[in-house]
Design a protein around this ligand. Sequence first.
Ligand SMILES: [Zn+2]
Ligand SMILES: [Zn+2]
Length: 154
Amino acid sequence: MEHLELQAWVERISLAFFGRPFLHRATFNARLRSTGGRYFLRSHNIEISPRQLDMFGVDEVEKIIKHELCHYHLHLMNKGYRHRDSDFKRLLAEVGGSRFCQAAPGVRRVEPYRYKLVCASCGTEFMRKRSVNVHKYGCGKCRGKLVQTVLDSV
Ligand SMILES: [Zn+2]
Ligand SMILES: [Zn+2]
């Protein structure tokens, strides 16, 4: 399947199940391994792993697209777009999206890193799944001050 077919597919699902147009870009990313898809908060684009299509077929990928479109539409409507939000859970159930950005078989499912910490003194980077209180904890190497940023995709 080509990128343009994926784009048209996502646009079709968006109109049919969400009643709203998908106005950004959907592309395949072969480097996506631990998740079937992801949504970028800044660009509003969606990426889908082509491996999912090979392994699970069209029906499963449609569920993953619905999952990513839940992030997309809720984010653009300023509603709860994260996995733990009730808006997200409700919409996902309504449209029949996959519960997780499903992992391909043989790939351990890992919770994605959501936070990056950079030491202001020595520049060491740390990835974390949960938010860290930077007023309480310093750099593990030099005790320097840490600066935390939230990563771009969900
Ligand atoms: Zn997700
Ligand atoms: Zn440091």
